[in-house]
Design a protein around this ligand. Structure first.
Ligand code: PAF
Length: 295
């Protein structure tokens, strides 16, 4: 048997660092009738990623994790260079979660010098993070499309913390007829409520404490919603008031939108998404909840 395929039939995890090799492995796995589960990440794994891997493990025969800090989704002046990286720690989390293959490659292999093809979801990317980070989602959809062509997954799992990203990827998959099942997984929080994010590493102890106003604000809006408040402006004011108590936290946006179309709403219902983005010092944090759903 070709040694490249051995991990498909054993419990050893392998790191694959070439696009051709990953494509070959995935095609062979498919030929032998295996179902491929895929968790795309930028690494520096935390419990949120681990929950995706755990679910992915149960949904496929072969579990592939990609670790690629994608330069195309970072704007000028954003944190591409300092984005946290720790391959050793990531590998042990991946092995623990039962990953079969970690796919990783260099930016130069993903985007060679003559690269010129981009995937752009037009409308869903206009508001929220798309407005604050021009070009960000074009970078995300392009790399996710490329990763789907490299890993050939049957199913791909994404966290709901990046809610707009998930909506945009679903749109791309539908619009481009990609044969991939996209699964959104619940936000995983620290015991004190902070949503797990690789960027939490940037926070000083004081900033981390201030950041708890995000989950507090979401909870407070949920409580008002369950008590009968439906007016979006009044609900947003609750968030503004809570965040205003933390001078270190600067609001980028507080918005109530339809959870599928992302259209702004004046009166909320069970399908309304409350989406928040803030800056705490130099760190950008996002969080959200759908009013009619548990976290
Ligand atoms: O959510 C992420 O980590 C990234 O945006 C993704 C989906 C891996 C694309 O680079």
């Amino acid at each position: 048997m070709n040694s490249r395929l051995r991990p498909i039939l054993s419990t050893d995890m392998r790191v694959v660092s070439s696009i051709n090799e990953m494509q070959f492995i995935a095609a062979e796995a498919r030929k032998s009738g295996k179902r491929i589960s895929f968790v795309p990440t930028m690494g520096f794994l935390h419990s949120g990623h681990a929950s995706l891997l755990k679910e992915g493990r149960t949904r496929g025969d072969i579990l592939v994790l990609s670790i690629f800090v994608n330069p195309a989704q970072f704007g000028a002046g954003e944190d591409f260079d300092r984005y946290p990286r720790d391959m050793e720690r990531d590998s042990s989390i991946a092995a623990e979660a039962g990953v079969d293959f970690i796919f990783t490659c260099t930016p130069a292999e993903m985007y060679p010098a003559d690269y010129q093809t981009w995937v752009d979801v037009t409308e869903l990317t206009l508001p929220l993070c798309g407005a604050s980070r021009p070009g960000h989602f074009r970078g995300v959809t392009t790399v996710v499309c490329k990763l789907f062509n490299i890993v050939l997954p049957h199913i791909a799992l994404f966290g709901k913390k990046d809610y707009q990203q998930l909506a945009v990827i679903r749109r791309m998959v539908t619009d481009l007829n990609m044969p991939v099942e996209v699964v959104g997984m619940p936000i995983i929080r620290e015991p004190d409520g902070l949503a797990m994010s690789s960027r939490n590493k940037y926070l000083s102890p004081d900033e981390r404490k201030s950041s708890l106003c995000l989950s507090r604000a979401l909870q407070s809006v949920r409580a008002s919603y369950h008590a009968g408040e439906r007016n979006a402006e009044r609900l947003k004011q609750i968030v503004n008031n809570i965040i205003a108590l933390e001078p270190a936290v600067i609001i980028d946006y507080v918005e109530l939108r339809h959870c599928e179309t992302l259209a702004e709403v004046a009166m909320v219902d069970n399908h309304s998404l409350l989406a928040l983005a803030v800056k705490v010092g130099t760190t950008r944090l996002i969080d959200n909840c759908v009013l009619g759903e548990d976290d």
